[in-house]
Design a protein around this ligand. Structure first.
Ligand code: AR6
Length: 168
């Protein structure tokens, strides 16, 4: 299985691309977005300013600057608004479009945080199912992708993604 679930800090991952759970401005924020910008240095924000934002579920790529990762893929996941505002489809789009833009830039190892399950309040168990299903589908259609890692910051998130993999 080329999908790994790990607990850790995504800013330390020396992969081809890490994914940032961004907002539509792409100009930084708290959570994993803040951690990535702090670790990458202010050149990352300068490149992000040239991108003029990003729609929910879409993805844009920058260099990684001072990060060990070569690229950062920025995707705004959906804000949870009760579940009847296309949240599930938009979250799947974030994973699929992030993998697609990384792939187009030659990336074969990609690491994701748990998109939308922090301040955007997407229910963790459902988000984990969407993430692992969307990643597994991409791996099936892109056999040359070497590894996709879900990097869970806390243990409860790690356990939720482990359960989702077992449900696959
Ligand atoms: N490595 C991996 N995961 C992390 C790290 C890290 N260093 N730091 C936090 N997480 P969140 P969202 C986890 O809130 O819900 C920002 O302000 C965190 O524990 O970062 O998509 C953006 O600018 C949680 O499990 O992202 C947006 O405005 C997961 O990352 C908004 O938050 C996602 O939590 C996006 O909200």
């Amino acid at each position: 299985m080329k999908l790994s679930i790990e607990q850790g800090d995504i800013t330390t991952y020396a992969v081809d691309a890490i994914v940032n759970a961004a907002n539509c401005s792409l100009l930084g924020g708290g959570g994993v977005d803040g951690a990535i910008h702090r670790a990458a240095g202010k050149q990352l924000l300068a490149e992000c300013r040239t991108l003029h934002g990003c729609e929910t579920g879409k993805a844009k790529i920058t260099k990684g600057y001072q990060l060990p990762a070569k690229y950062v893929v920025h995707t705004p996941g959906p804000i949870w608004r009760g579940g009847n505002h296309n949240e599930a489809q938009l979250l799947a789009n974030s994973y699929r479009n992030s993998l697609a833009v990384a792939w187009e830039h030659g990336c074969r190892t990609v690491a994701f945080p748990s998109i939308s399950t922090g301040v955007y309040h997407f229910p963790l168990e459902q988000a984990a199912d969407i993430a692992v299903q969307t990643i597994a589908q991409f791996l099936q259609t892109h056999p040359d992708m070497e590894r996709v890692t879900m990097v869970c910051f806390d243990h409860a998130t790690y356990q939720a993604y482990e359960r989702a993999v077992k449900r696959l």
